[in-house]
Design a protein around this ligand. Sequence first.
Ligand code: CA
Ligand code: CA
Ligand code: CA
Ligand code: CA
Length: 660
Amino acid sequence: MNRTPGGRFAVGLLALLGMVRLADAQTIIVDTADDVVDFGGAQQVANLPGPDGKVSLPEAGLASDNTPGVQTIGFQIPQSEWLYQNFFPGRAVLRPFLGFRVFDTAILDARTQTAFTGETNPDGGGEVVIWQETYLIDNVGGAVFGFDRSSIHLSGGSGNVIQGNTKTGVEVFDSHFNLIGGAAPGEGNTGGFIQIDRASNNVVLGNTVQRVRVLGWIGGGQPAMNNRIGGPTPAERNHITGLGTLNSEGIPGGFAVQLFDSIGTVLENNWIGMTPDGMQGGHPWTTAGILFDGENHDTTIRDNRIAGILALAVPQHGQSYYVGSALVIGGTGSGVTIVGNAIGLNAADEPLLGSVTGINTTNYYLGPVQDVVIGGSVAGEGNEIAGHLLTGISVANTFSGVRITGNSIHDNGGLGIDLITSGFLTGVTPNDPGDADDGGNGLQNYPVIAEVLASPTSTTIGGSLDSRPDRDYQLEFFASAGCDPSGFGEGTTFLGSAVVSTDPSGLAVFGVTLPVAAPAGGSVTATATELLTGNTSEFSACFPVGEGLPLAVDPLVRGQAADFTVAGASAGERVKFLYSLVGIGAGPCPAILGGQCLGLRRPIRILGEANADAAGTAVFAITVPANARLATVHFQCVILPGPGRVEAILSNTVSASIVP
Ligand SMILES: [Ca+2]
Ligand SMILES: [Ca+2]
Ligand SMILES: [Ca+2]
Ligand SMILES: [Ca+2]
């Protein structure tokens, strides 16, 4: 047993430091575009350059492989040797026969050519092109810096760095803990694509590329695990612009990000599907911003901006139509957390870059993805999903438990949330008595709002939910400036939530006062989520925010005066002040209120009455009795029909506790 692990670690660290010093000291300079190998001996660095007096790229590779330690391969190729200038003007083009491979860890640094001959690439990229596949095989701690229009592969190994390459494809195969790009200026790779294949714990930062693919092979025991695309800071953001093609039938297809057989992928703070400035679609034929394919588990999609995914299909024998979704959740697997994203909004937060559907869960040849959560209860976890031609979130008929919470969903052409029936019907799915129907999210019934009363500081919402018996549901309430033409809503501003339980008949009656004001003249909607299953409903029908009578109550202190004040009445109207000691909730609906229901539970008593002054304010003043019971009392005001009013008008409810 090793009793001195610290000592062994120190020795290992010293050896590593020695290796690094050697690497600093030893640079091999490629100074010809030829690929002749003419040096002999052990073909180590000391044997270079051979009879021709020049070091070719294949010679540099051999010398690096045969010489212990890490060498840097740099470039100083005279411009007189730059070939293929019709294809790659202003760049040194190397075309090694059968490609280029290094097996011993190496650092390939094309920035040395730029330092030697200057910035000559008219496209602004690097000055060296390797016009063949380039492989770092089993390298540990190698690097590739500053190439243009090359094809870089990491195969095996770990801990390599790929930075500052332009229009270059990067493929990581069975290689782990590599860094592709970086957070500092110039470290990101631009213009190509990045593919992580059967590789884990790689980090992709600060790149501007067309595509990122994270691929694994779960059936073969090689999932792509714990790869991170982006990070918490803007400097770590990748811009992934997307790529698509139009097939011979005129149907577009393509993606910006694809996940296939991955576990634990994190996509954070990226801009996906747009031009790098975030103001236009990135590619006209991209149909998916983030595409889930195969089997994926425990994916986190956090704080990204996903927009601009909208392609026009132009079938040869039919009418053109739009296609595209910011997120396509298909395949199988479990665990997708979608929080804090802007979906369909440009960099100015305008809902102008929507897709057909924002988040599209899709049926597939494999089972549906389980445990999809869209939004959250913590500040910043809600997504903003806006500007889509049809639907904000579409829940396919095989999906269940798609938990949708705390989001801002607005300005979509169709429904904010659409549960698809087992018969593939879209649009508002009406509630069914007892909620026994089945389809997307079990076709969870939505709440029915019967009353909304706003005050400057609170919103009271009353209504009912008809669903499964004896279960708990989280109701969420949202305010919007208006209502959809469907009469059913979206939800721009999350107001708050409450948990209700259904009785044995499946009914829950609620009266909820939230400590936020819903904007006057707007509308309120609600969703219901069954806590047990996570099934979230569509948005309820809109209910207009009542003009109401905002009621405010002073603190109730034994022996002290307290005012009950309502505003918003007409001058001279008589206001009745009511109270209940039982609670707020669905109260009686006497005929004199014209179908409205009080928000106080029986028994209800009259506290007093007061006339509104010229400004429409009525004040009822009391002195709290010195021996009043230290109870919580619930208040509401009402104006009965009379001059100037065609119907009774109610205030919000207020609960106040009497204190000593
Ligand atoms: Ca030579
Ligand atoms: Ca070496
Ligand atoms: Ca529906
Ligand atoms: Ca239902």
